[in-house]
Design a protein around this ligand. Sequence first.
Ligand SMILES: NC(=O)c1ccc[n+]([C@@H]2O[C@H](COP(=O)([O-])OP(=O)(O)OC[C@H]3O[C@@H](n4cnc5c(N)ncnc54)[C@H](OP(=O)(O)O)[C@@H]3O)[C@@H](O)[C@H]2O)c1
Length: 331
Amino acid sequence: MDVGIIGGSGYGGGELARLLEHHPSFKLRTVAARTHAGQTLGAVFPNLAGSPSAGLQLVPADPAELDGCAVVFLATPRDASRELAPALLGAGAVVVDFSDAFRLDAAPLAAASAGAAYGLPELYRAHLAGARLVANPGCYPTAALLALAPAARLVEPASVSVVGMSGSSGAGRGLRDDLHASHAFGNVAAYGAPTHRHTPEIAAGWGALTGGAPPVTFTPHLVPMARGLVCTATATLTGSAAAVRAAYAEAYAGEPFVTLLPAGAWPASTHVAGGNGAHVGVAVDEAAGRVVASCAIDNLVKGAAGQALQCANALLGLDETAGLSATGLYP
Ligand SMILES: NC(=O)c1ccc[n+]([C@@H]2O[C@H](COP(=O)([O-])OP(=O)(O)OC[C@H]3O[C@@H](n4cnc5c(N)ncnc54)[C@H](OP(=O)(O)O)[C@@H]3O)[C@@H](O)[C@H]2O)c1
């Protein structure tokens, strides 16, 4: 099946091109970009120099260039996704969008309305079958919701605080003052709290799981690494402490990409780098009466390109794991 990427010169799109190299059914036919159009994929991403796709020349981000692709991945900013998706859907493609253009309109909030789904398969797999537009979740919401979901019936919904930590690739390839090596290396800093653009998405996902509209305090931090993301959530325990680990074990039993770590072990970004895995750790702070749950993902894989591929597999009735591995690079 031919597939295409618009935004193929960005970090998310480039990671998807790398992952597609090992996909048994998808063939990367077209890669589109804006300022990088005309260059080859191998020139834009030196890590892909030896890949079969290295010689693909990036075309302009015009939906007509993607005609005939069964799936089009939009690894573009929100405004570009909003503009491009209708034409691609009209031409019969299935669209998986990396941006936040459609996330709050898609399931679980609107329960798979109008063929749109929120692409977090571990929580909303049933919504994916038959959808034509997938709003891939944000990287922070993916980790936050995987950390929190099994505790939905065991904690006070409005008591949740999530602390996030992300490497600089989470902000994309563009240059910014706070992403300069001289500022970002050897530095850890909170940013965007308490109104980061991912907060409404985390709160909406948590509300869908708990049946209300509880507020969530979300505090992201930029940490000095290229890729990787950890979200650690705490919430006041209302259920039995003994039920917590059992709830997590039950929720993630059989999930190919989510691993519940043994008691006492905590997720690390370096253990999931390059893979589509999410590692989850959980404990009860008996003294404080709070649950502590942490999830590590690679922001570019389970937080973006890998999850997009997982969703596309599900949409097209393929094995959800096709072309993907949960195993990270280490060290
Ligand atoms: N980075 C992450 O960890 C991550 C995780 C989850 C979701 N996301 C989301 O994924 C999307 C891409 O993120 P990224 O980090 O890959 O960004 P990026 O590195 O900045 O790449 C953006 C891509 O979009 C293209 N583009 C920009 N404006 C465009 C326009 N008006 N029309 C067509 N193409 C346009 C760029 O092309 P040129 O470079 O050729 O101009 C580039 O290929 C964003 O919506 C982001 O929020 C990112």
